[in-house]
Design a protein around this ligand. Structure first.
Ligand code: TYD
Ligand code: ZN
Length: 425
Protein backbone atom coordinates (compact mmCIF):
# COMPACT_ATOMS: atom_id res chain seq x y z
CA UNK A 1 0.00 0.00 0.00
CA UNK A 2 1.29 3.44 -0.84
CA UNK A 3 2.05 5.46 2.26
CA UNK A 4 1.30 9.13 1.86
CA UNK A 5 -0.23 11.98 3.75
CA UNK A 6 -2.94 12.84 1.28
CA UNK A 7 -6.48 11.63 1.64
CA UNK A 8 -7.41 8.48 -0.22
CA UNK A 9 -9.39 9.00 -3.39
CA UNK A 10 -11.05 5.92 -4.87
CA UNK A 11 -8.87 4.65 -7.67
CA UNK A 12 -10.32 3.21 -10.83
CA UNK A 13 -10.33 -0.53 -10.10
CA UNK A 14 -9.65 -1.25 -13.78
CA UNK A 15 -6.20 0.30 -13.44
CA UNK A 16 -3.42 -2.21 -14.04
CA UNK A 17 -1.74 -1.91 -10.64
CA UNK A 18 -4.84 -2.48 -8.54
CA UNK A 19 -3.93 -5.95 -7.25
CA UNK A 20 -0.62 -7.06 -5.85
CA UNK A 21 0.31 -10.73 -5.69
CA UNK A 22 3.20 -12.20 -3.75
CA UNK A 23 5.17 -15.44 -4.03
CA UNK A 24 7.13 -14.75 -0.87
CA UNK A 25 6.16 -13.98 2.72
CA UNK A 26 5.67 -10.25 3.21
CA UNK A 27 7.68 -10.38 6.42
CA UNK A 28 10.47 -12.94 6.14
CA UNK A 29 10.75 -13.51 2.39
CA UNK A 30 10.26 -17.30 2.55
CA UNK A 31 8.40 -18.85 -0.45
CA UNK A 32 4.68 -19.30 0.17
CA UNK A 33 1.90 -21.15 -1.62
CA UNK A 34 -1.87 -21.00 -1.18
CA UNK A 35 -3.37 -23.97 0.70
CA UNK A 36 -6.82 -23.32 -0.83
CA UNK A 37 -8.79 -20.86 -2.97
CA UNK A 38 -12.16 -19.23 -2.37
CA UNK A 39 -12.27 -18.28 -6.04
CA UNK A 40 -12.79 -14.87 -7.58
CA UNK A 41 -14.08 -12.34 -5.10
CA UNK A 42 -15.20 -8.71 -5.35
CA UNK A 43 -14.35 -5.90 -2.90
CA UNK A 44 -15.89 -7.15 0.35
CA UNK A 45 -16.96 -3.86 1.93
CA UNK A 46 -18.63 -2.39 -1.10
CA UNK A 47 -21.78 -0.33 -0.93
CA UNK A 48 -21.29 1.64 -4.07
CA UNK A 49 -23.43 2.04 -7.18
CA UNK A 50 -20.23 2.22 -9.24
CA UNK A 51 -20.34 -0.67 -11.72
CA UNK A 52 -16.58 -0.62 -12.43
CA UNK A 53 -15.91 -1.08 -8.74
CA UNK A 54 -18.48 -3.84 -8.52
CA UNK A 55 -16.97 -5.77 -11.41
CA UNK A 56 -13.50 -5.71 -9.93
CA UNK A 57 -12.32 -9.12 -8.67
CA UNK A 58 -9.19 -10.74 -7.27
CA UNK A 59 -8.57 -14.36 -6.29
CA UNK A 60 -8.99 -15.02 -2.56
CA UNK A 61 -6.34 -17.56 -1.59
CA UNK A 62 -4.69 -17.79 1.80
CA UNK A 63 -1.19 -19.14 2.39
CA UNK A 64 0.82 -20.00 5.49
CA UNK A 65 4.47 -19.02 5.75
CA UNK A 66 6.11 -22.12 7.13
CA UNK A 67 9.16 -20.13 8.23
CA UNK A 68 7.61 -17.39 10.40
CA UNK A 69 4.05 -18.69 10.85
CA UNK A 70 2.34 -15.71 9.19
CA UNK A 71 -0.90 -16.51 7.41
CA UNK A 72 -1.48 -14.15 4.49
CA UNK A 73 -3.41 -13.71 1.27
CA UNK A 74 -1.49 -14.19 -1.94
CA UNK A 75 -3.45 -11.50 -3.81
CA UNK A 76 -4.70 -8.22 -2.37
CA UNK A 77 -6.34 -5.17 -3.92
CA UNK A 78 -4.54 -1.87 -3.29
CA UNK A 79 -5.36 0.07 -0.13
CA UNK A 80 -6.64 3.01 -2.18
CA UNK A 81 -9.32 0.81 -3.78
CA UNK A 82 -10.58 -0.31 -0.39
CA UNK A 83 -10.22 2.57 2.05
CA UNK A 84 -11.57 5.80 0.58
CA UNK A 85 -14.62 8.04 0.60
CA UNK A 86 -16.91 5.13 -0.28
CA UNK A 87 -15.77 2.88 2.62
CA UNK A 88 -19.01 1.73 4.28
CA UNK A 89 -17.91 0.05 7.54
CA UNK A 90 -18.69 2.13 10.63
CA UNK A 91 -17.52 0.69 13.98
CA UNK A 92 -20.33 2.46 15.82
CA UNK A 93 -23.04 0.25 14.26
CA UNK A 94 -22.62 -2.30 17.06
CA UNK A 95 -23.51 -1.56 20.69
CA UNK A 96 -21.19 -4.37 21.75
CA UNK A 97 -18.22 -2.77 19.98
CA UNK A 98 -19.04 0.66 21.46
CA UNK A 99 -18.95 -0.89 24.96
CA UNK A 100 -15.87 -2.94 24.15
CA UNK A 101 -13.89 0.11 23.03
CA UNK A 102 -15.19 2.15 25.98
CA UNK A 103 -13.78 -0.43 28.39
CA UNK A 104 -10.44 -0.63 26.60
CA UNK A 105 -10.08 3.18 26.58
CA UNK A 106 -10.76 3.29 30.34
CA UNK A 107 -7.97 0.75 30.94
CA UNK A 108 -5.51 2.72 28.84
CA UNK A 109 -6.41 6.03 30.49
CA UNK A 110 -5.98 4.47 33.94
CA UNK A 111 -2.51 3.29 32.95
CA UNK A 112 -1.57 6.83 31.87
CA UNK A 113 -2.80 8.52 35.05
CA UNK A 114 0.64 9.44 36.31
CA UNK A 115 1.96 10.52 32.90
CA UNK A 116 2.09 14.28 32.29
CA UNK A 117 0.15 15.32 29.15
CA UNK A 118 -0.04 11.85 27.58
CA UNK A 119 -0.52 11.40 23.84
CA UNK A 120 -2.53 8.53 22.35
CA UNK A 121 -2.47 7.65 18.64
CA UNK A 122 -4.93 5.27 17.02
CA UNK A 123 -4.11 3.66 13.68
CA UNK A 124 -7.26 3.11 11.61
CA UNK A 125 -9.49 5.13 13.92
CA UNK A 126 -12.61 4.66 11.73
CA UNK A 127 -15.58 6.74 13.00
CA UNK A 128 -13.82 7.59 16.28
CA UNK A 129 -15.70 5.04 18.40
CA UNK A 130 -12.57 4.32 20.48
CA UNK A 131 -10.98 7.78 20.57
CA UNK A 132 -14.24 9.52 21.49
CA UNK A 133 -13.66 8.09 24.99
CA UNK A 134 -10.22 9.69 25.07
CA UNK A 135 -11.37 13.02 23.62
CA UNK A 136 -14.10 13.21 26.27
CA UNK A 137 -11.43 13.25 28.97
CA UNK A 138 -9.52 16.05 27.22
CA UNK A 139 -6.51 13.75 26.63
CA UNK A 140 -4.24 14.56 23.67
CA UNK A 141 -4.92 12.14 20.83
CA UNK A 142 -4.76 11.63 17.08
CA UNK A 143 -6.60 9.19 14.88
CA UNK A 144 -4.98 8.17 11.58
CA UNK A 145 -7.60 7.01 9.10
CA UNK A 146 -7.38 6.83 5.30
CA UNK A 147 -11.11 6.38 4.61
CA UNK A 148 -12.75 9.79 4.24
CA UNK A 149 -16.28 8.45 4.83
CA UNK A 150 -15.55 7.38 8.41
CA UNK A 151 -12.90 10.03 9.20
CA UNK A 152 -15.49 12.76 8.53
CA UNK A 153 -17.83 11.23 11.12
CA UNK A 154 -14.99 10.99 13.67
CA UNK A 155 -14.07 14.65 13.21
CA UNK A 156 -17.69 15.75 13.58
CA UNK A 157 -17.76 14.12 17.01
CA UNK A 158 -14.66 15.95 18.21
CA UNK A 159 -12.01 13.29 17.52
CA UNK A 160 -8.78 14.72 16.04
CA UNK A 161 -8.34 12.76 12.84
CA UNK A 162 -5.67 12.86 10.15
CA UNK A 163 -6.73 11.39 6.83
CA UNK A 164 -3.84 9.18 5.78
CA UNK A 165 -2.48 5.67 5.63
CA UNK A 166 -0.12 4.77 8.47
CA UNK A 167 3.51 3.90 7.89
CA UNK A 168 7.01 5.13 8.70
CA UNK A 169 6.62 8.39 6.81
CA UNK A 170 3.32 9.26 8.51
CA UNK A 171 4.86 8.29 11.87
CA UNK A 172 7.78 10.67 11.32
CA UNK A 173 5.43 13.54 10.52
CA UNK A 174 3.28 12.86 13.58
CA UNK A 175 6.30 12.67 15.87
CA UNK A 176 7.66 15.94 14.49
CA UNK A 177 4.32 17.70 14.92
CA UNK A 178 3.08 16.23 18.23
CA UNK A 179 5.98 14.40 19.90
CA UNK A 180 6.21 10.67 20.63
CA UNK A 181 3.17 8.59 21.59
CA UNK A 182 2.68 7.09 25.04
CA UNK A 183 0.24 4.60 23.60
CA UNK A 184 -0.41 3.52 20.02
CA UNK A 185 -3.67 1.64 19.60
CA UNK A 186 -5.01 -0.28 16.61
CA UNK A 187 -8.16 -2.37 16.45
CA UNK A 188 -8.69 -4.73 13.55
CA UNK A 189 -6.48 -2.75 11.24
CA UNK A 190 -2.84 -3.86 11.47
CA UNK A 191 -3.80 -7.11 9.78
CA UNK A 192 -5.30 -5.06 6.92
CA UNK A 193 -2.06 -3.42 5.76
CA UNK A 194 0.06 -5.36 3.28
CA UNK A 195 3.12 -3.14 3.81
CA UNK A 196 3.22 -4.47 7.35
CA UNK A 197 6.95 -3.97 7.93
CA UNK A 198 6.59 -0.28 7.14
CA UNK A 199 3.76 -0.12 9.69
CA UNK A 200 5.96 -1.84 12.28
CA UNK A 201 8.79 0.62 11.52
CA UNK A 202 6.32 3.50 11.92
CA UNK A 203 5.16 2.21 15.29
CA UNK A 204 8.77 1.87 16.51
CA UNK A 205 9.50 5.38 15.25
CA UNK A 206 6.52 7.04 16.91
CA UNK A 207 6.49 5.20 20.23
CA UNK A 208 7.98 6.82 23.36
CA UNK A 209 10.76 4.71 24.90
CA UNK A 210 8.50 3.58 27.73
CA UNK A 211 5.31 3.61 25.64
CA UNK A 212 3.17 0.67 24.60
CA UNK A 213 1.72 -0.44 21.30
CA UNK A 214 -1.48 -2.40 21.81
CA UNK A 215 -3.65 -3.87 19.09
CA UNK A 216 -6.46 -6.32 18.55
CA UNK A 217 -6.77 -8.74 15.69
CA UNK A 218 -8.79 -11.83 14.83
CA UNK A 219 -7.01 -14.90 16.17
CA UNK A 220 -5.78 -17.49 13.69
CA UNK A 221 -6.33 -20.25 16.26
CA UNK A 222 -10.03 -19.33 16.49
CA UNK A 223 -10.43 -18.98 12.72
CA UNK A 224 -9.04 -22.47 12.20
CA UNK A 225 -10.70 -24.15 15.20
CA UNK A 226 -14.18 -22.78 14.35
CA UNK A 227 -13.75 -22.90 10.56
CA UNK A 228 -14.43 -19.15 10.38
CA UNK A 229 -13.60 -19.14 6.67
CA UNK A 230 -15.42 -15.85 6.12
CA UNK A 231 -12.70 -14.07 8.11
CA UNK A 232 -10.81 -14.31 4.83
CA UNK A 233 -11.58 -11.36 2.57
CA UNK A 234 -9.64 -8.61 0.85
CA UNK A 235 -9.07 -6.38 3.90
CA UNK A 236 -7.73 -9.22 6.03
CA UNK A 237 -4.37 -9.50 4.33
CA UNK A 238 -3.03 -11.26 7.42
CA UNK A 239 -4.61 -13.49 10.06
CA UNK A 240 -2.22 -13.31 12.98
CA UNK A 241 -0.99 -15.99 15.31
CA UNK A 242 0.90 -15.02 18.47
CA UNK A 243 4.00 -16.58 16.97
CA UNK A 244 3.80 -14.50 13.80
CA UNK A 245 3.21 -11.25 15.73
CA UNK A 246 6.17 -11.92 18.02
CA UNK A 247 8.47 -12.64 15.03
CA UNK A 248 7.30 -9.72 12.97
CA UNK A 249 7.71 -6.97 15.57
CA UNK A 250 11.00 -8.39 16.86
CA UNK A 251 12.44 -7.19 13.54
CA UNK A 252 11.94 -3.58 14.71
CA UNK A 253 12.99 -4.32 18.31
CA UNK A 254 9.48 -4.35 19.69
CA UNK A 255 8.85 -7.12 22.18
CA UNK A 256 5.55 -8.90 22.72
CA UNK A 257 4.96 -8.47 26.48
CA UNK A 258 1.34 -9.53 26.91
CA UNK A 259 -1.53 -11.16 25.05
CA UNK A 260 -5.11 -11.74 26.13
CA UNK A 261 -8.26 -13.23 24.63
CA UNK A 262 -11.23 -11.11 23.56
CA UNK A 263 -14.57 -12.47 22.45
CA UNK A 264 -15.06 -9.83 19.73
CA UNK A 265 -15.17 -10.69 16.01
CA UNK A 266 -15.53 -14.41 16.66
CA UNK A 267 -12.39 -14.59 18.84
CA UNK A 268 -9.65 -11.98 18.88
CA UNK A 269 -6.38 -11.42 20.69
CA UNK A 270 -5.27 -8.18 22.28
CA UNK A 271 -1.50 -7.80 22.00
CA UNK A 272 0.74 -5.47 24.02
CA UNK A 273 4.23 -4.63 22.72
CA UNK A 274 6.96 -2.44 24.13
CA UNK A 275 10.51 -1.46 23.22
CA UNK A 276 12.78 -4.41 23.91
CA UNK A 277 13.66 -4.87 27.58
CA UNK A 278 11.42 -2.04 28.81
CA UNK A 279 8.59 -4.09 30.30
CA UNK A 280 8.46 -7.53 31.90
CA UNK A 281 7.06 -10.25 29.61
CA UNK A 282 3.96 -11.78 31.23
CA UNK A 283 3.58 -15.59 31.40
CA UNK A 284 0.56 -15.24 29.07
CA UNK A 285 2.90 -14.95 26.07
CA UNK A 286 4.61 -18.32 26.57
CA UNK A 287 1.26 -19.92 27.42
CA UNK A 288 -0.32 -18.62 24.21
CA UNK A 289 2.63 -19.82 22.12
CA UNK A 290 2.33 -23.25 23.71
CA UNK A 291 -1.39 -23.39 23.01
CA UNK A 292 -0.79 -22.58 19.37
CA UNK A 293 1.81 -25.28 19.00
CA UNK A 294 -0.48 -27.84 20.62
CA UNK A 295 -3.43 -26.90 18.37
CA UNK A 296 -1.37 -27.67 15.28
CA UNK A 297 -1.14 -24.13 13.88
CA UNK A 298 2.33 -24.84 12.56
CA UNK A 299 1.31 -28.07 10.83
CA UNK A 300 0.30 -27.90 7.15
CA UNK A 301 -2.17 -30.78 7.62
CA UNK A 302 -4.24 -28.48 9.87
CA UNK A 303 -4.85 -26.25 6.85
CA UNK A 304 -5.68 -29.13 4.52
CA UNK A 305 -8.32 -30.28 7.02
CA UNK A 306 -9.60 -26.70 7.32
CA UNK A 307 -10.00 -26.49 3.53
CA UNK A 308 -12.06 -29.69 3.55
CA UNK A 309 -14.34 -28.36 6.30
CA UNK A 310 -14.85 -25.18 4.25
CA UNK A 311 -16.11 -27.15 1.23
CA UNK A 312 -18.39 -29.18 3.48
CA UNK A 313 -19.93 -25.97 4.91
CA UNK A 314 -20.32 -24.58 1.39
CA UNK A 315 -22.13 -27.69 0.14
CA UNK A 316 -24.34 -27.99 3.22
CA UNK A 317 -25.32 -24.34 3.29
CA UNK A 318 -26.14 -24.28 -0.39
CA UNK A 319 -28.21 -27.42 -0.05
CA UNK A 320 -30.19 -26.09 2.96
CA UNK A 321 -30.97 -22.88 1.07
CA UNK A 322 -31.93 -24.78 -2.09
CA UNK A 323 -34.29 -27.02 -0.14
CA UNK A 324 -35.99 -24.03 1.50
CA UNK A 325 -36.27 -22.36 -1.90
CA UNK A 326 -37.84 -25.49 -3.36
CA UNK A 327 -40.41 -25.41 -0.55
CA UNK A 328 -41.20 -21.77 -1.34
CA UNK A 329 -39.79 -20.57 2.01
CA UNK A 330 -38.29 -17.09 1.72
CA UNK A 331 -34.89 -16.65 3.41
CA UNK A 332 -33.68 -13.24 4.59
CA UNK A 333 -30.07 -12.42 5.50
CA UNK A 334 -29.05 -10.51 8.63
CA UNK A 335 -26.00 -8.20 8.39
CA UNK A 336 -24.42 -7.16 5.08
CA UNK A 337 -20.98 -7.80 6.54
CA UNK A 338 -17.69 -7.85 4.70
CA UNK A 339 -17.44 -11.49 5.80
CA UNK A 340 -20.70 -12.28 3.99
CA UNK A 341 -19.10 -11.32 0.67
CA UNK A 342 -16.81 -14.35 0.98
CA UNK A 343 -19.68 -16.63 2.02
CA UNK A 344 -22.09 -15.54 -0.71
CA UNK A 345 -19.53 -15.62 -3.53
CA UNK A 346 -17.79 -18.82 -2.42
CA UNK A 347 -21.07 -20.69 -1.98
CA UNK A 348 -22.78 -19.13 -5.02
CA UNK A 349 -25.72 -17.62 -3.12
CA UNK A 350 -27.66 -14.89 -4.91
CA UNK A 351 -31.06 -13.20 -4.55
CA UNK A 352 -32.87 -16.37 -5.64
CA UNK A 353 -31.74 -18.07 -2.41
CA UNK A 354 -31.61 -15.03 -0.12
CA UNK A 355 -34.33 -12.52 -0.94
CA UNK A 356 -32.71 -9.52 0.78
CA UNK A 357 -30.35 -8.71 3.64
CA UNK A 358 -31.08 -6.25 6.43
CA UNK A 359 -28.35 -4.01 7.84
CA UNK A 360 -28.40 -1.01 10.18
CA UNK A 361 -25.69 0.92 8.29
CA UNK A 362 -27.48 3.73 6.40
CA UNK A 363 -24.98 3.83 3.48
CA UNK A 364 -25.43 0.11 2.83
CA UNK A 365 -29.23 0.33 2.64
CA UNK A 366 -30.63 0.51 -0.89
CA UNK A 367 -27.41 -0.99 -2.30
CA UNK A 368 -26.70 -4.53 -3.56
CA UNK A 369 -24.21 -7.04 -2.18
CA UNK A 370 -21.12 -7.06 -4.40
CA UNK A 371 -21.40 -9.45 -7.37
CA UNK A 372 -24.16 -11.58 -5.84
CA UNK A 373 -26.50 -8.57 -6.10
CA UNK A 374 -28.75 -9.23 -3.13
CA UNK A 375 -30.66 -6.09 -2.08
CA UNK A 376 -29.72 -4.54 1.29
CA UNK A 377 -32.59 -3.09 3.30
CA UNK A 378 -33.02 -1.36 6.67
CA UNK A 379 -33.67 -3.53 9.76
CA UNK A 380 -37.40 -2.61 9.71
CA UNK A 381 -37.78 -4.88 6.63
CA UNK A 382 -36.87 -7.87 8.78
CA UNK A 383 -40.10 -8.07 10.76
CA UNK A 384 -42.25 -6.95 7.82
CA UNK A 385 -41.40 -9.95 5.61
CA UNK A 386 -42.73 -12.46 8.15
CA UNK A 387 -40.22 -15.13 7.03
CA UNK A 388 -39.52 -18.32 8.97
CA UNK A 389 -35.81 -18.55 8.12
CA UNK A 390 -33.01 -16.00 8.44
CA UNK A 391 -29.39 -16.50 7.47
CA UNK A 392 -27.27 -14.98 10.25
CA UNK A 393 -24.44 -13.36 8.30
CA UNK A 394 -23.31 -11.12 11.21
CA UNK A 395 -22.78 -14.27 13.33
CA UNK A 396 -20.19 -12.54 15.52
CA UNK A 397 -22.99 -10.24 16.77
CA UNK A 398 -25.34 -13.12 17.47
CA UNK A 399 -26.24 -12.20 21.09
CA UNK A 400 -26.86 -8.55 20.25
CA UNK A 401 -28.98 -9.43 17.22
CA UNK A 402 -30.94 -12.25 18.89
CA UNK A 403 -31.75 -9.91 21.80
CA UNK A 404 -32.86 -7.19 19.38
CA UNK A 405 -34.98 -9.61 17.34
CA UNK A 406 -36.39 -11.63 20.27
CA UNK A 407 -39.92 -11.30 18.85
CA UNK A 408 -38.85 -13.23 15.72
CA UNK A 409 -37.79 -16.22 17.80
CA UNK A 410 -40.97 -15.98 19.91
CA UNK A 411 -43.16 -16.32 16.83
CA UNK A 412 -41.19 -19.40 15.77
CA UNK A 413 -38.61 -17.81 13.44
CA UNK A 414 -35.41 -19.82 12.92
CA UNK A 415 -31.80 -18.73 12.38
CA UNK A 416 -29.55 -20.48 9.88
CA UNK A 417 -25.94 -20.41 11.07
CA UNK A 418 -22.91 -21.83 9.28
CA UNK A 419 -20.02 -21.22 11.70
CA UNK A 420 -18.64 -23.62 12.93
CA UNK A 421 -21.10 -25.89 11.03
CA UNK A 422 -24.39 -25.43 9.20
CA UNK A 423 -27.31 -25.59 11.61
CA UNK A 424 -30.86 -24.33 11.84
CA UNK A 425 -31.40 -23.10 15.39
P1 TYD B 1 -18.98 -6.79 11.42
O1 TYD B 1 -19.44 -7.84 12.29
O2 TYD B 1 -18.00 -5.90 11.98
O3 TYD B 1 -18.47 -7.54 10.19
P2 TYD B 1 -17.52 -7.30 8.96
O4 TYD B 1 -16.24 -6.82 9.54
O5 TYD B 1 -17.47 -8.67 8.39
O6 TYD B 1 -18.20 -6.31 8.08
O7 TYD B 1 -20.20 -5.94 10.82
C1 TYD B 1 -21.45 -6.04 11.30
C2 TYD B 1 -22.44 -5.63 10.23
O8 TYD B 1 -23.74 -6.00 10.68
C3 TYD B 1 -22.48 -4.14 9.95
O9 TYD B 1 -22.76 -3.95 8.58
C4 TYD B 1 -23.65 -3.67 10.79
C5 TYD B 1 -24.56 -4.87 10.81
N1 TYD B 1 -25.36 -4.99 12.04
C6 TYD B 1 -26.75 -4.90 11.94
O10 TYD B 1 -27.29 -4.69 10.86
N2 TYD B 1 -27.49 -5.01 13.08
C7 TYD B 1 -26.92 -5.22 14.29
O11 TYD B 1 -27.63 -5.32 15.30
C8 TYD B 1 -25.49 -5.34 14.38
C9 TYD B 1 -24.81 -5.60 15.69
C10 TYD B 1 -24.75 -5.23 13.22
ZN1 ZN C 1 7.35 -15.53 6.81
Amino acid sequence: MKQDLTSAEPRDPRAANNVSAVKKCRVCGHSIQAFMSFGKQPIANLASPDVAREQFTYELKPALCEACGLLQLIEVPSGEILFNETYPFFTGTSELMIRHFGGWAEQILARLKSVHDPFIVEVGSNDGTFLANVARHGVRHLGVEPAKSVATVARARGVNTQESFFGSETARHIRAAHGPADVIVAANVIAHISSIMDVAAGVAELLKDDGIFTFEAVSLADVIRNTEFDQFYDEHVFTFSVRAVKNLFAQVDLELVDVGRQSTHGGSLRYVLAKKGRLPVTPAVAAALDDERRSGLEDTRTYEAFAQRCSAIRDNLKSVLQQLHARGEPVIGYGATAKSTTVLNYCGIDSRLVEFIVDNTPVKQGRLTPRTRIPIRPPSAFAERNQNYTLLLAWNHRSEIEAKEAAYRTRGGKWIVYIPTVEIV
